[in-house]
Design a protein around this ligand. Sequence first.
Ligand code: PTJ
Length: 254
Amino acid sequence: MTETEVPEDHPRYASLVTRHRIEAGVEQGITSKQGLIAQGRGEAFDYLLGERTLPSADAAARAAAATLLLADRPVISVNGNVAALAPAETVDLADAVDADLEVNLFNHTDERVRRIADHLRDHGANEVKGLAGDGEIPGLDHARGVVDADGIEAADVVVVPLEDGDRAAALDAMGKTEIVIDLNPGSRSPRTADVPIIDNLLRAVPNVTAHAKDLADARPAELERTVDEFDADAALDAAEAAIREGSFADGDGA
Ligand code: PTJ
């Protein structure tokens, strides 16, 4: 069954389409095999969260939009899962906040960087960084620390969806403001982030874009207030509470 053959009235439609995208990503050489495992882990957390955007995640998405609009050099980091799941949505977000896109991989190969950059261009991106590899994230081994000098290395704000904890910590040590999208509120990366968005990438990316469009004419003082009022610890706590205290009563079974 391909993505277009999944019946839209299937109770697990969104989940099945997501799986197909990740599977296709692996077949196209965009997504790593480990990306399949990451997807499974994400799905489990999404199920526990009720497959919805919590009010705390929506507040985080708004704070993320304000942070990006205030940034001087924002960069959105794209890995193999992000490219497979939400290429057009990620390009739309970059356009809405005037951010650069940079391919940055945990399991780095030049071939996969090139394929992902082409895939993003097929979905409307103009310039995609990550091919120069002339910068570094200090404190990581070479392959995992490779970035572009005029991209992530020079950025003031970085969006790192589905990032691993080590790199999130290393980016934090470089003084970057980090926006992390991750379904697991216990992961080190959202716990390191200035703005953790505990939501499915597929919902979170278009939501940040929608908030950015809504805030496009806001004055800097209003954007700063939106950022200041956001409480990262409270957002993490709210997601953890939703997972621990949720109920399967209305579940449709996976
Ligand atoms: O393409 P590469 O080489 O850069 O590799 C990317 C992956 C994601 C494979 C790599 O960074 C990795 O192994 O990540 P982890 O350590 O498995 O962490 C992935 C995190 O993303 C986990 O906390 C998952 O819960 C979360 N996650 C998975 N799918 C989604 C998600 N969060 C939001 N939306 C999703 N769709």
